[in-house]
Design a protein around this ligand. Structure first.
Ligand code: HEM
Length: 491
């Protein structure tokens, strides 16, 4: 009986292996890649840091590589030139998206900008973000909001320093960033720094959203499993999202009443988006208004704080860098003893530090998955319509052909050259490039610069526990630091 079972199992295995091989043969115009196992493909090879595992596989298989994960075929671009092929030379053909299964847990997943195809509505939303959030005039007029939220954090840190208490910097910068987004969009603080419950609830919800998006979900690879949600990701996503949804829902309801009564306008993003929705009823509804606000909260309150925490961490391991940033910032601090955004925007060394941080720790190492909208030639390969394309932004930023000592933190490498993250230098694309490039880039640049400059100028810091400097997808921004003393009587 045992022998029979063994023969049967071997037969089934060989059958699937043959099918698997045939399947790859049929799609031979795709780039090469690991053969993987029948049915599951290369799932087991990804490990906890997929961007690193994929980078290793790319050394063997080349700049373009095909990976099978269950029923999904993905093409991975792993060098600057391959990234340019996807995001610039074939930007139009490669700018589609697939909605992942976790997103279907939301009330109106189709209204989320991240998963939309590049259609009329998507264009209207990107236009709204540009007009009302990130054009230089708007950024300038919203500067006071950023100063206020950062000042709130400095007050909190000063009080902690006075008491010699430990501060969880990850949570603090998360709260500052979320409040900055919520004040910009709906004119209110979502989080009170002194109320650890509210910080905890929102931080946990944010981490859940990030984790559920970041994980490779078995239901995306095997759609037949969708009804079962075996990793419980959809349910977790729904619960976490609701916390943000509710805040925005209430603000939207109250604001509409406020407007019906023709009361004085707040003049914030919500007012602008409601006007915009009235002017563009056919493509930008109230559902889009709500989705856009929640999406922006989630996008801005995860990535910017993570970058800030990494910059602080790297500097604590490199005290010379820290002193140099402090000196540079000190030279432009106003007579009021405060760090002003307008004065720090062009500080070369501060920006070199932020760029170097993002080079080593891009918050979204594989960008958001792209999808081909028609058959397209990438390198020497023909990629069929509807193929998922991943761009390994982590790998390109460590490509030894472009970067000397790629794993070493050396901000000086960005001095005296024009390499930046605006999407034109494909060896450095933490915000992506092309039409799907992050629309929040100029805002993130200002917010991260202000947080880092203020924290460095006003305090000395000590790391409180060990940090995983390699980072991984699950890394939360929580390292704990203690402001050991305030300089110049706590500026
Ligand atoms: C350090 C901060 C940030 C980083 C590193 C970052 C990075 C990214 C990346 C890599 C993508 C995907 C690009 C692609 O698919 O090729 C993206 C998309 C996006 N980001 Fe950001 N982001 C940051 C901050 C922000 C902020 C502050 C906002 C606020 C509005 C924002 C809003 C968005 C949106 C709406 C998308 C989706 C765009 C689309 O699919 O068309 N991001 N971001």
């Amino acid at each position: 009986m045992k022998l029979l079972l063994l023969i049967l199992t071997s037969f089934i295995f060989c059958f699937f292996f043959l099918l698997h091989g045939l399947n790859l043969y049929r799609t031979r115009r795709l780039p090469p890649g690991p053969l993987g196992f029948p049915i599951i493909g290369s799932l087991l090879e990804l490990g906890p840091k997929p961007h690193e595992s994929l980078a290793k596989l790319a050394h063997k298989h080349g700049p373009f590589m095909t990976i099978k994960l269950g029923t999904i075929t993905s093409v991975i671009a792993s060098t600057p030139d391959a990234a340019k092929d996807v995001l610039q030379r074939n930007d139009g053909a490669c700018s589609g998206r697939t909605m992942p299964d976790v997103a279907t847990a939301l009330d109106h997943p189709e209204a989320g900008i991240l998963w939309m195809p590049p259609d009329e509505t998507w264009r209207a939303i990107r236009k709204a973000l540009n007009i009302y959030l990130t054009n230089p005039k708007k950024l300038h007029s919203n500067m006071a909001i950023r100063h206020n939220v950062v000042q709130g954090a400095l007050d909190f840190l000063r009080e902690s320093a006075r008491k010699r208490s430990v501060v969880d910097v990850g949570k603090l910068v998360f709260s500052v960033s979320l409040n900055q987004m919520s004040n910009t969009f709906i004119s209110q603080n979502v989080i009170n720094y002194n109320d650890s419950n509210s910080v905890e609830r929102f931080k946990m919800a944010m981490d859940t959203v990030k984790k559920t998006h970041g994980k490779f979900n078995i239901t995306d690879m095997f759609p037949l499993l969708k009804p079962f949600d075996p990793q419980n990701l959809r349910r977790q996503m729904k619960m976490a999202h609701h916390l943000f949804d509710d805040v925005v829902e209430v603000a939207l309801r109250e604001r509409r009443k406020h407007r019906e009564l023709k009361m004085q306008r707040y003049g914030d993003m919500l007012d602008s988006l409601l006007d915009y929705s009235q002017e563009n009823k056919d493509k930008f509804s109230l559902i889009h208004v709500k989705s856009l606000i929640v999406d922006s909260f989630l996008a801005g309150a995860d990535t910017s704080p993570r970058t800030t925490s990494w910059a602080m961490t790297e500097m604590l391991f490199n005290p010379d860098v820290y002193s140099r940033v402090r000196k540079e910032v000190s030279e432009v601090v106003g007579e009021d003893g405060k760090v002003h955004e307008a004065k720090i925007l062009d500080l070369p060394y501060l920006h070199a530090v932020i760029k170097e941080t993002m080079r080593l720790h891009p918050p979204i190492p594989l960008l958001a998955p792209h999808k081909t909208m028609k058959e397209v030639k990438l390198g020497d390969f023909i990629i069929p319509t509807n193929t998922q394309i991943l761009v390994n932004a982590w790998a390109v930023a460590r490509d030894p052909n472009y970067w000397e000592n790629p794993s070493v933190f050396m901000p000086g490498r960005f001095l005296g050259n024009k390499v930046d993250y605006k999407g034109q230098h494909f060896q450095f694309i933490p915000f992506g490039s092309g039409r799907r490039m992050c629309p929040g880039t100029p805002l993130a640049h200002r917010m991260v610069s202000l947080m880092v400059a203020s924290f460095v100028y006003h305090f000395d810091w000590n790391l409180h526990h060990k940090v995983d400097m390699d980072g991984n997808l699950d890394l939360s921004t929580q390292f704990i630091a203690t402001p050991i003393h305030c300089l110049n009587s706590c500026r």
